[in-house]
Structures are given as C-alpha cells and as structure tokens.
Design a protein around this ligand. Structure first.
Ligand SMILES: *[C@@H]1O[C@H](CO)[C@@H](O)[C@H](O)[C@H]1NC(C)=O
Ligand SMILES: *[C@@H]1O[C@H](CO)[C@@H](O)[C@H](O)[C@H]1NC(C)=O
Ligand SMILES: *[C@@H]1O[C@H](CO)[C@@H](O)[C@H](O)[C@H]1NC(C)=O
Ligand SMILES: *[C@@H]1O[C@H](CO)[C@@H](O)[C@H](O)[C@H]1NC(C)=O
Ligand SMILES: *[C@@H]1O[C@H](CO)[C@@H](O)[C@H](O)[C@H]1NC(C)=O
Ligand SMILES: *[C@@H]1O[C@H](CO)[C@@H](O)[C@H](O)[C@H]1NC(C)=O
Ligand SMILES: *[C@@H]1O[C@H](CO)[C@@H](O)[C@H](O)[C@H]1NC(C)=O
Ligand SMILES: *[C@@H]1O[C@H](CO)[C@@H](O)[C@H](O)[C@H]1NC(C)=O
Ligand SMILES: *[C@@H]1O[C@H](CO)[C@@H](O)[C@H](O)[C@H]1NC(C)=O
Ligand SMILES: *[C@@H]1O[C@H](CO)[C@@H](O)[C@H](O)[C@H]1NC(C)=O
Ligand SMILES: *[C@@H]1O[C@H](CO)[C@@H](O)[C@H](O)[C@H]1NC(C)=O
Ligand SMILES: *[C@@H]1O[C@H](CO)[C@@H](O)[C@H](O)[C@H]1NC(C)=O
Length: 688
C-alpha cells in the first residue's frame, strides 16, 4: 500500500514538473520579434524550409526545432541554434548578425554553399561555432570580433585564401581552432600567438607550406597540434630562426601529428624529451639522421610513428624504456642494425612494424620479439631477403593476432611455431619461396580471418581443414587488433587509404601462384565470411563445386589458370556481391550462366576456355561456340576489363564512367572499387 501511494506521489510530481516546463517554454518565453525576423530571413536564404520552423509550426520562434531561448531579459532571445544534419542547402543570411544573444550555432553536416557573412563573425556572446562538413567557400572574412568564442570549427569545407589567423586578435579565449580539410594556402601568417588559450589546433589537409610558424611554439596550453597532409617543409621546429628547442614551451602537448609533409632534418631535442607527449606521428616526411629519443623523459608516449622517412643508423635500443609505449611504426627507413636485444624487455609493446627497412637476421628477431608478452601485431614485410623462415621449435607468440612476413623471398616451409599462435586473425606469408605442403594444423588457427600464402611454392592438396575455420565461416567476424591511426583523405576521393589499416582488411583466402593440386573442396561453400577467394595459377583439377554459392559474402573469386573441368555451376548467379570473377585458362566448357552478376564480367574472365555466352558470339571464350547466336549486350564488359588496371585514380574514373554510362547499381561499383583498393593495399602494405 505504502508503495502504491509513493508511486502516485511520483506521478503527480512528474506531471507538475512537465507542466512547469511547458509553461516556461510556451507561456513565459515569447520570441522577440527581431530574433523571429532574423530566423525567418535565415530560412528564406536556404533553398527549402527548415523542418519544424515557420509560422505554421508556431508563432513563437522559441518553439521551433533546434531553437533554444533564454528569457532572463523578459523577452525570449535565441541562444542556441542546433541545425546539424538537416539537409540544408543554399546560403547563410547576414541576418544571423542580429542574434546578438546567440551562444551556440551548429550547422555542421549540411550542404550549405556560400561565402561566410561578415556579420556571423561579430556575435558578442557566441561561444561555439560549428560550420564543419558543408561547402562554404572563399576566404574567411578579414575581420572578426567574437570575444566569447571557445570553439571555431570550419573543417571539411572549401575555404581558401591564406589562413585566417587574424581572427586571433579578437579571439583571445579560443580553445579549439579547427580549419582542417579546406584549401587554405601559403605560409602560416604571424598572429596565431594571440590565441593564447588554444588547446587544439588543426590545420590538417590544406595546402599550407613553409615551416611551423614561431607563434605556434608560444602556445603553452596546446594539447593537440595536427598539421598532416600539407606542403610544409624545412626543419622540424621553427620556420624562421633556427632555434632548435622550440618544443620546450609546449608543456601540455600530447598529440603532435605532422604526417605527409616535407619536413627535413632530425627530431629536435626538445621534442624527443617532452614528458607530456602521448602520440607522435612524423610518418611520411623526409627526416634523416639517427633516431634519438629519450625514453626516460618520454614517460607518456603511447604511439610512435616514424615510418616512411629517411632515418638511418641503429634501431633505437632505448625504446623499451618508454614505459607506456604500445604502438611503434619504423617501416620504410634504412636501419643498419638488427632488432636489438633490449627489445626482449619491451613488455608494453603491442604493435610493431619495421617493414621495408633493410633488416637481416629474422631468426634472431623472432627470438627476441617472442619475449614481448603483449605483442599482438607484427609486420616485417620486405626484409630478410633470401633468409630461411625459422621453423622455431621453441618460438611462441601467445597474443599474436596479426603476422605479416611477406615479400622476403624467404625459404623453408610453413613454420611449426605459427601453429601455436592460436589467436592469429591475419597471416600473410606471401611472396616468399616457401615449399612443402600447407599443413593440416592450419585448422587449429580458429580465429583466422585473412590468410595469404600466395606467390610461394606450396605443393599438394589444399588442406580440407581450411574449410572448417570458424573465422572464415562466421559472417560477423572481422579483424579486431590494435591498429595505428591513419587519416583518410578529403571526401570520397581516395577511400582506399582506409586499407592502410590492418583492421580493415576484408576476409580473404589467397593461395594463388603456388603449385597446389587436387580439387576444390565442396566444403568451401561453408565459408560465408570470405570476401576474396583466390586460387589462381595452381594445378587444381576437378570441377567447380556448385556449393561455392554458399560463400554469400564473396566479392572476388579467381580460379583462373588451373586444370578445372566441367562447366560453371549456374548456382553461382546467386553470389550477389561478386564483382570480380575469373576462370580463364581452364578446361571448362558449357554455357556461361546468365543472370546475377555474370553479365557484368569481362570476356577476359572466361578467356582460354571452351565456355560460351549464348548472347555474345564475339566476346565468349577464345573458341567461339558455333551454336551461339545473338548480339553482344554486355557493354560493361570492356569497361570492367579496365578494372584490372592498377591505378586507383583510374579505377574511380572508370567506376564513375560506368555509373553514368552503363547504369550499374551503386553496390556493384563500390565492390569493384573494393577490389582495386585491395590491390592498392598490396602496394601500400610495405609502408605500414
Ligand atoms: C503555411 O500554411 C499555409 C496554409 O496552410 C500554406 O499555404 C503555406 O505554404 C504554409 N507555409 C509553410 C512555410 O509551410
Ligand atoms: C554539431 O552537431 C554534430 C552532429 O550532430 C555533432 O557531431 C557535433 O559534435 C556538434 N558540434 C558541437 C560543437 O557540438
Ligand atoms: C577586432 O574587433 C574590433 C572591434 O569590433 C574591430 O574594429 C577590429 O577590426 C577587429 N580586428 C580584427 C583583426 O578582426
Ligand atoms: C567541431 O569541433 C568541435 C570542437 O573540437 C567538436 O566538439 C565538434 O564535434 C566538431 N564538429 C564535428 C561535426 O565533428
Ligand atoms: C578561392 O576560391 C574561389 C572559388 O571558390 C576562386 O574564385 C578564388 O580564386 C580562390 N582564391 C584563391 C586565393 O585561391
Ligand atoms: C596580437 O595582436 C596584436 C594586434 O592586436 C599584434 O600587434 C600582436 O603582434 C599580436 N601578437 C601575436 C603574438 O601575434
Ligand atoms: C583536444 O583534443 C584532445 C585529443 O584529441 C581531446 O581529448 C580533447 O577533448 C580536445 N579538447 C577540446 C577542448 O576539444
Ligand atoms: C606521402 O606524402 C606525400 C606528400 O608529401 C603524398 O603525396 C603521399 O601520398 C604520401 N604517401 C602516403 C603513403 O601517405
Ligand atoms: C633519402 O636519402 C637518399 C640518399 O641518402 C635520397 O636519395 C632520397 O631522396 C631521400 N629520400 C627522401 C624522401 O628524402
Ligand atoms: C633524459 O631524460 C631524463 C629525465 O628527464 C633526464 O634526466 C636526462 O638528462 C635525459 N637524457 C638526455 C641524454 O638528455
Ligand atoms: C631487461 O631489464 C633488466 C632490468 O631492467 C635488465 O637487467 C636487463 O639487462 C634488460 N635486458 C636487456 C636484454 O636489455
Ligand atoms: C600487457 O597487457 C595486459 C592486458 O592488456 C595489461 O594489463 C598489462 O599492463 C600489459 N603489460 C604491460 C607491461 O604493459
């Protein structure tokens, strides 16, 4: 009983509260007529009305969607406008300047396309301005007065001209300045120093050049500095004078990101001794000299990316003394020493890449690294040329999820120790000279999602155990390993860069370019998670199992250059994601299945076989079948043929052309792109 009474009290109180709020917003706050007019003006400059706005919704603009008013002056004054992701198009009206009580304006993720009205930069109370992800263009107006501003985010637009550092003059309290992904050009003009409270500064992905301006090094509160993908050059440090120790004033700097610029010289002493630093990304510059880092000082460092530079000398022995250091990329440099003994003590290490760095003595490297108890990702591609891949009776990597030792021309056979890496999700030993059979214990690697043993000399049958790997069967599994952060380029241009991360590799079985024989197990049909099955250039015989139609995620199926016989099972038309298909140069005969994705495959997919296309006497296999009649209706074939070209840019062009000219479904285009992206990955993986 007492309980029920209590419940009624709660209900009554809640009702009173709700009534009070309704009164507050509807009764007490009547939108001021000037604000009301300003919002109507704003709306009339958009190309379509804002949902939930206008006199039809309410005479009181404080009731409109995304509008928040404050009534402390008696009248309802607009203080917040939350209009993100409303599909707004058109331009921004000057009338915004009348909203002189506005504190928060969020217009991000719309399609607004105009220059910035000057009046917007004269709002005395504005604290947060978010215009990111639109199509605003032109220079930022040359004068501004936003004394209350804390956050200025205009990233992902098309602003150009020189960097609007002048806004700092009247913006002394600003904490976040995000100008990334625009077309700002030229050097950084002086003036950023007046933004003295700045914590996060991003100028990434513009066309800025010159050095880092001296002003930036005076910003003592800076936590994050992102300059990646510009045209910066010169020494890493001050752009003007030659003071090397510019980082010592930046006592709070945690994230320093200058990836993909043209910085030269060595790592400045003050940077290599910065205790606050957590994330240091100098990837893809032209830095030289020996890597000298003081790990006693770098006590917060978690991620270190020095890949794709011109560093030389020894791999720094001191690294294991960086107590927090988990992710290390040293790929694409020129080291003169092997992995040092001190790495036995590198217990915090989770991710290590030293691909393409002129390393030798793989046996010693593995012997050392097996002591790294937390090692999860190991990438050693393009090193150790012509050495033997150690069988390593005693080696063990209990936590390893990703192992890539490719492109080394390594000899030997499938190493026994790999069998004990029971958590392995990605195994890539491609482009070596490994021989013998692929052992049946591969079936012990139940987490395997990506297997690449292509371009070796493996013989014998494909072990049937591969068809029982749950990582390849369970559609919901993807590679989940610690990864290095990468930065994806401007909207839509090169989506492929995403494949620079191991975690975005598609589920794959690639055994191509070996000497495997026997037949394709019908049980391959169980592998519902596999996106790419590549068995090209082996000696496989027998027929193509109809059950392969069970591989419902399949995007690429390459069985070309084998001794397969029989016909193509018509069940394969059910593989709706298939965008690349190859059975060329086999003993196949019979009709090419109709339907599904088949009409989109180029004639080269079927070359060197006795297959025929009922509809296309000219583009069928090399021997056109006498019985075949009809006209070519597969315009897309030649277009698709071009997909085998390696240039990614071209692929996007071709895909785009197909989209317009041939009206293929969008999924198909992106899948085709995917294949190219994978090949693109093959080329970039040496830089990871
Ligand atoms: C408001 O309602 C009137 C009459 O129903 C209609 O003609 C007008 O288009 C509406 N205006 C807007 C902005 O929806
Ligand atoms: C603006 O809205 C977008 C989308 O809802 C959101 O992601 C973003 O964080 C908002 N910006 C601010 C400064 O709150
Ligand atoms: C700073 O604000 C003042 C007062 O509004 C204005 O006159 C001046 O032009 C502004 N300076 C800059 C660089 O925007
Ligand atoms: C713009 O930057 C601010 C401050 O960093 C952030 O809160 C907001 O989420 C960003 N906007 C979007 C759309 O990401
Ligand atoms: C900025 O872009 C506009 C068009 O969007 C162009 O007309 C103008 O020349 C550009 N200015 C600079 C400095 O690049
Ligand atoms: C700050 O702005 C003033 C103009 O108001 C200018 O004279 C001064 O040089 C600026 N300081 C820095 C560090 O940019
Ligand atoms: C600045 O960036 C750091 C690191 O990304 C982030 O944790 C922090 O929240 C950002 N600060 C502001 C004020 O947005
Ligand atoms: C490296 O940086 C250059 C510009 O300096 C850029 O063109 C190139 O795409 C970058 N490479 C990678 C792999 O990020
Ligand atoms: C690296 O150094 C070599 C010579 O030592 C030079 O030829 C090459 O251009 C340099 N590469 C870069 C990216 O600076
Ligand atoms: C490395 O850092 C420690 C701790 O800050 C410091 O005592 C030592 O002098 C530094 N070593 C060098 C060579 O700079
Ligand atoms: C590992 O660390 C211990 C104690 O810190 C030290 O005695 C030993 O020499 C180190 N081993 C190597 C190979 O550096
Ligand atoms: C190794 O990983 C475990 C689990 O993630 C963690 O608790 C431990 O602190 C790590 N060891 C070191 C030395 O970082």
């Amino acid at each position: 009983m007492g309980c029920r009474a209590l419940l009624w009290v709660v209900v009554a109180v809640s009702w009173l509260c709700i009534q009070a709020r309704v009164l507050h917003s509807q009764g007490l706050l009547e939108c001021s007529s000037s604000d009301s007019q300003a919002l109507l003006d704003l709306m009339s400059n958009f190309e379509s009305p804002v949902q939930g706005w206008g006199p039809n919704v309410s005479a009181n603009c404080c009731d409109w969607a995304g509008v928040l008013c404050d009534g402390s002056t008696g009248l309802g004054r607009v203080v917040e406008l939350a209009l993100a992701s409303k599909k707004l198009t058109g331009s921004l009206s000057d009338s915004l300047g009348q909203l002189d009580q506005l504190r928060f304006l969020n217009l991000s993720h719309n399609l607004l396309k105009s220059t910035l009205p000057e009046s917007l930069l004269r709002l005395p109370k504005l604290q947060i301005l978010d215009l990111s992800y639109n199509e605003f263009f032109g220079p930022v107006p040359a004068s501004a007065n936003l004394p209350s501003l804390r956050v200025f985010n205009i990233s992902e637009n098309s602003f150009n001209g020189s960097l609007p550092v002048w806004i700092c003059t009247n913006l002394t309290g600003i904490q976040v300045l995000n100008l990334a992904v625009n077309y700002f050009s030229d050097v950084i003009p002086p003036g950023l120093g007046n933004c003295s409270s700045l914590q996060n500064l991003s100028l990434a992905m513009n066309n800025l050049r010159g050095g880092i301006s001296e002003d930036i090094f005076t910003l003592g509160h800076l936590v994050q500095l992102s300059l990646q993908k510009n045209l910066f050059s010169g020494p890493l440090g001050s752009g003007i004078g030659s003071i090397p120790d510019v980082f010592q004033n930046m006592k709070k700097l945690q994230y320093f990101i200058i990836q993909s610029n043209g910085f030269k010289g060595s790592i400045p002493f003050s940077l290599s001794n910065l205790p606050s630093l957590k994330f240091l990304n100098l990837y893809n510059n032209s830095l030289t000299g020996t890597i000298v880092l003081n790990c006693s000082a770098l006590s917060s460092l978690v991620t270190l990316d020095l890949g794709s530079n011109n560093f030389s000398g020894p791999i720094p022995e001191d690294l294991p003394n960086c107590q927090q250091l988990q992710r290390v990329n040293l790929a694409r440099n020129k080291f003169t020493t092997p992995i040092p003994q001190s790495f036995k003590n590198f217990s915090s290490l989770v991710y290590l890449s030293i691909s393409n760095s002129s390393l030798s003595n793989l046996s010693s490297a593995l012997g050392i690294l097996q002591h790294c108890e937390n090692l999860t990702v190991l990438l050693l591609t393009l090193n150790y040329f012509n050495e033997e891949l150690p069988g390593g009776a005693s080696l063990s990597f209990p936590k390893l999820k990703v192992l890539v030792i490719a492109n080394g021309q390594l000899t030997g056979s499938m190493p026994q120790w790999v069998r004990r890496c029971t958590r392995l999700q990605l195994l890539d030993l491609s482009w070596n000279r490994l021989g013998g059979m692929i052992p049946s214990w591969i079936g012990d690697l139940q987490s395997l999602i990506y297997l690449d043993l292509s371009n070796n000399s493996f013989v014998g049958e494909i072990p049937k155990e591969i068809t029982r790997l749950s990582g390849l069967i369970d559609r919901n599994l993807s590679i989940a390993s610690p990864d290095l952060q990468v930065f994806i380029r401007r909207n839509g241009s090169v989506r492929g860069l995403q494949y620079n991360r191991v975690t975005s590799f598609p589920p794959t079985v690639n055994l191509g370019y070996n000497a495997l024989n026997g037949s394709i197990w019908p049980e391959f049909g169980n592998l519902k998670n596999v996106h790419i099955l590549d068995l090209t250039r082996n000696f496989l015989s027998g027929s193509i199992p109809a059950s392969l139609s069970g591989m419902t995620s399949l995007e690429t199926l390459d069985l070309s250059y084998n001794n397969l016989s029989g016909s193509i099972p018509s069940s394969l038309v059910h593989l709706t994601f298939l965008s690349k298909f190859g059975v060329a140069y086999n003993n196949l005969s019979g009709p090419i299945p109709k339907g599904g994705q088949f009409p989109t495959f180029p004639s080269s997919s079927f070359e060197g076989t006795k297959l025929w296309d009922d509809n296309d006497p000219f583009h069928a296999g090399s021997q056109s079948h006498p019985g075949s009649v009809g006209q070519s209706q597969n315009h897309s074939r030649s277009a698709n043929h071009a997909m085998s070209d390696i240039s990614l840019g071209m692929t996007i062009g071709v895909a785009f052309g197909m989209a317009i000219g041939i009206v293929l479904g969008t999924t198909r285009i992106s899948d085709s792109c995917l294949c190219e992206i994978i090949r693109f990955y093959a080329r970039v993986k040496s830089s990871m």
